[in-house]
Design a protein around this ligand. Structure first.
Ligand code: GCB
Length: 618
């Protein structure tokens, strides 16, 4: 009973939080299985570094004005009516840009650009179904997006890596609609992430854009997961959106498990039930079985593919489907270095996760922000466990309530999107944040929200380690957050930022917790093809030796239950300035940006082969 109330709370909160924050509309999930018209493809764009289209010369926001200037208000998408008229922009005559894609990797002149770009696309909508509602859905826009349809503002979204949507019912014409999006990727101290990161600030409409058509009252979202890690019960919550959401019948079917249940929504449009299930085929990396799940409400049928598995900790063990598992992981940035730019497609996900498979991984840490939905869906299909993270990175403004609201919003949007993915087992709150009372309160609140939203997954954060004063080389984790997370994860770079690989030989870790321990980062830079002595930095041999020494060192931690070395592939970072070696790339990848493997790849592959033999989850 307690459980039922909990999932009810969960899904109610999904609605109300989104409503409260930035005046956004609740997230519609599972866009891929709905009726959509894609708005991907060729858009027009205008680079506007001074935001002339947004602010007038008194710095007043044009879209707030009763009669904004047609000559300069880009969101109006206006065209001069006769030769005498002054209009200082013209989308039709502007250059093309592809969506989804970042702008930096598409246009040489925008490689380093951080600021405002206006996106423009025309589309027709000739035959709406009777009574249907329409939404424009964005997979993500980095970092702030102001969205306009046919010259009228729809709303704004903040945060570069999570989905958002706006209702456009009654605002569409059969032909010549135009959507305009002002995307601004300016970094800011108060933002999440803040100014300082170690990755490229790719701007733009980086993920899919769709026009989604739904029924007048439709299934907005649902939560279908094993109840309390109990493989014999499936908790179901379904939420309807629309004027007739109360007292409606909804049906859930899982044909391959011979399951069918019908339930009714309450006054808020929420239907809840728990379905007893016998002999479910559980999802695992070895057997990533996904059930087809069918939800029906009136004439609407929404399908998904959902895997069922349990994830728990017991003492220092991580139990997947009740059996101890060692997380053979790797960190991944959302980047396709081979093509250049942010990763966004299924093919990108297949390439990145395929490399991880080849390495022998059963786990990936998707650093340092929520990756696109193809990653978690392909991970579900491939059998790859996932750590998913929000960009609370290094030192953000812990005391700023707006910063908190922003981080909190990104967190809830991430969980809302991926709460039905079997692959996702860990929600990560942060990376390498400096210990202080404010920071710990901030992260504790985020943990509380996470557990309310998702009572079954594990919570962690990449913490830091410190040398214990007065000892030669004893390492400790002294962070009050350790009491609030399920897995103690920390990054460490002994042998790269701290001494030479030799130092690994004498290091000891003093970790007095009866919780699973994970090393969420280690590594060092090597330029692929740069060979030399193992004592020479930037060579493949140095990196190879560092991996050998680090793995030996970490194996001495009794509670070690997983590692995610830094990182699968070289990635672009403006912080990396060394000529002929870095040239704007962080070179800690096991694979170069050309897709070539470095020597350390094979060291880790060998290590994982052995680990797999010791920790079979079969
Ligand atoms: C870290 C960060 C990661 C950096 C990495 C590095 O500790 O978490 O974002 O890219 O080190 O290469 O320095």
């Amino acid at each position: 009973m307690k459980r039922l109330l909990f999932t009810g709370l969960l899904i109610t909160q999904m609605v109300s939080f989104a409503d409260l924050l930035f005046g956004q509309e609740p997230q519609i999930t599972n866009i891929g299985n709905r009726t959509t018209i894609t708005l991907n493809g060729v858009w027009k764009y205008v680079v506007d570094p001074y935001q002339t289209g947004y602010y007038d010369y008194r710095r007043e926001v044009r879209d707030q004005q009763a009669d904004p200037s047609k000559s300069e208000s880009l969101f109006l998408g206006y065209k001069a009516q006769d030769p005498s008229e002054r209009v200082e922009y013209d989308f039709d005559k502007s250059d093309n840009i592809l969506v989804p894609r970042d702008w930096n990797s598409q246009k040489e002149k925008l490689f380093y650009y951080e600021g405002t770009v206006w996106y423009y696309k025309k589309f027709d909508y000739p035959a709406p179904s009777a009574g249907a509602r329409q939404f424009i859905c964005f997979g993500a826009a980095n970092y702030e997006a102001e969205v306009y349809l046919n010259g009228k503002k729809l709303g704004k979204h903040v945060g570069g890596f999570t989905p958002f949507n706006f209702e456009v019912t009654g605002k569409l014409n059969p032909t010549d609609n135009f959507v305009i999006v002002k995307v601004d990727n300016t970094r800011g101290l108060e933002k999440v992430p803040t100014i300082n990161t170690d990755w490229w600030n790719y701007g733009g409409l980086t993920r899919d854009v769709n026009l989604v058509e739904v029924a007048g009252t439709f299934i907005q979202d649902y939560y279908i997961q094993l109840a309390d890690n109990d493989p014999k019960n499936i908790d179901v919550s379904i939420i309807l959106n629309g004027s007739e959401k109360a007292n409606q019948q909804v049906t859930i079917e899982i044909p391959e498990a011979n399951l069918k249940a019908t339930c009714n929504t309450n006054g808020e449009g929420i239907a809840k039930t728990t379905i007893p299930a016998k002999n479910l085929k559980l999802w695992s990396p070895e057997a990533p079985f996904l059930y087809e799940v069918k939800l029906t409400h009136n004439n609407e049928v929404l399908t998904d593919k959902i895997g069922f598995r349990t994830i728990q900790t017991k003492g220092s063990d991580i139990l997947l489907n009740g059996k101890p598992v060692f997380l053979r992981g790797i960190c991944i940035h959302e980047e396709n270095g081979v093509r250049g730019g942010r990763a966004y497609s299924r093919e990108d996900a297949q390439m990145l996760l395929g490399w991880a498979k080849e390495l022998g991984c059963n786990f990936v840490r998707l650093a340092h922000y929520p990756h696109n939905e193809n990653m978690t869906r392909v991970a579900d299909e491939m059998g790859m466990l996932v750590w998913s993270e929000v960009p609370v990175y290094w030192t953000i403004q812990w005391k700023n309530p707006d910063t908190y609201t922003n981080a909190h919003n990104q967190l809830t949007e991430m969980i809302t999107r991926d709460k039905n993915r079997a692959s996702v087992i860990i929600w990560s709150m942060a990376n390498e944040t400096p210990v202080s009372a404010e920071r710990t309160d901030f992260l504790k609140s985020m943990i509380k929200t996470t557990r309310q939203f998702d009572p079954v997954r594990l919570v962690s954060a990449a913490l830091e380690r410190h040398s214990k004063p007065g000892t030669k080389n004893t390492q400790v984790i002294e962070d009050p957050l350790q009491d609030f997370v399920d897995i103690i994860a920390f990054n460490q770079y002994i042998g790269w930022y701290d001494g030479l690989p030799e130092k690994c030989k004498t290091a000891e870790f003093e970790i007095n917790f009866d919780k699973p321990v994970m090393v969420s980062e280690f590594g060092g830079d090597a330029l692929q093809g740069n060979h030399g002595s193992k004592d020479a930095r930037w060579t493949e041999e140095f990196q190879e030796d560092l991996y050998r020494e680090t793995l030996k060192m970490l194996d001495k931690i009794p509670q070690l239950r997983g590692i995610t070395p830094w990182i699968l592939a070289d990635f672009r970072s403006p912080r990396r300035l060394l000529p002929d070696i870095q040239d704007g790339w962080n070179r800690k990848g096991l694979i170069s940006e050309t897709g070539d493997k470095k020597k350390a790849f094979y060291v880790l592959q060998e290590y994982y082969k052995k680990k797999k033999a010791n920790y079979s989850t079969k």
